[in-house]
Write a protein that binds this ligand. Sequence first.
Ligand code: HEC
Ligand code: HEC
Length: 406
Amino acid sequence: MKENSLFLFLIFSGLALSCTSYITNDEPGDSTEFTQEDMLILSKELNLPFAPFNYANIDLPEHYRSEEANEADNTPDHNRITDMGATLGRVLFYDKKLSANNTISCASCHKQSAAFSDPRKFSIGLHGEQTRRNSMTLINSRYYENQAFFWDERASTLEKQVLMPIEDHIEMGMDLDSLERKLQKLDYYGVLFRYAFGSEQVTSNKISLALSQFTRSIVSYNSRFDEGFIAAGFPDDEEQMPDFSNFTAMENLGMDIFYRGRNGGTCLYCHGTPQHVNDIAKNNGLDLNYSDSGKGEVTGLASDNALFKVPSLRNIAKTAPYMHDGRFETLREVVDHYSDNVQNHPNLNFRLKTLDDGEEGVAEVLRLKLSEEEKEALVAFLLTLTDEKVITEEKYSDPFIRNTDE
Ligand code: HEC
Ligand code: HEC
């Protein structure tokens, strides 16, 4: 009797499983390679490998698999990365057809060679107009505990964020219904949506899922910092970071300033995780009066005025200019800011003040007051965060055969 019901249970659950893969739309297909026939369709426009690149099971080093890293990882259960999903995302990311006049793709403002940011202070959208803020690097955007996206954190998830530039009238100027119809007519999307989601039907939900998968797959773990961190045995107390054997004396001095600070101030608290990400939008005292209120504009709260999210400092050497308004052209200018120019804005984060949160007394603004040598050393350390692999690897590059001007 017992064995019988177990047997029935197995049959029914087997049926239920096999049914779901037919009836739901947004389930990944299970093919691991494109067929010859589908490859012929794809290869008219795209240079893609028969078997997709590996996006789903990247062999991440231990410091990207720690509890801390997993907590910061904003991948939702309903949108785990698949190789076919991220492949579709890559094609969408580089496709100028996502803009109303076929001139702008995501990559126009998030260039791989510039670590998926834009070397221009402000980016240029489909009608030649400028964006309001500096473009952000997408590297390690997967690791942001507060989930939220954009400098002012106005998008609560990446899945919501990736559709916003498409609809933005300055950036790509496309409404989502027209986009679905436009992409449905392109043969290569029929194939790519089928492999990624089991049916050829193009929906903006699937576009959002695929673009998010590709974006989250862009992770940096091949910098000289990573080499040193691994060789040092994954030190888990960043305040006690040992010197790295692959670093010069200058770089080690810079690392010391970054993690242990000077005159009570340090970079550690806001950029110090192994992925070099922050946890929530903050104010770092760029001005006394901001013309852009950042998060405050979204929430309407005075206490959120002039708070900004920071993208990861990974590949910071490649993402100039810096800050939400691209005001600094060089890392030396950034270091000068923290050393000498931090302004006592009412919302200046307590880590850049002389008193800890909740401590009694009048908190003064805290400037690191670095010597010339220390400033050079801090810049030298920031350069160790450069990862040439992620900014040249084919799996993150433009797959279109005819795009020539990117
Ligand atoms: C015309 C230029 C432009 C285009 C096109 C563009 N972006 Fe952006 N992107 C920006 C700018 C500028 C910001 C910062 C805007 C802000 O915070 O207000 C940004 C921010 C982002 C962020 C937030 C990163 C973070 O860590 O919070 C993501 C993710 C992103 N873009 C992805 C995309 C995707 C995906 C596409 C294509 C569908 C795209 N972008 C198209 C300019 C552009
Ligand atoms: C209290 C938190 C805090 C501390 C401490 C801090 N930062 Fe920042 N950092 C921020 C915020 C917030 C931004 C973005 C501000 C903006 O754009 O308005 C930022 C931006 C940056 C940027 C530019 C990022 C980009 O993509 O444009 C760099 C580089 C940087 N910080 C380096 C450092 C260094 C080096 C130190 C130590 C000397 C440091 N930070 C200390 C919060 C902090």
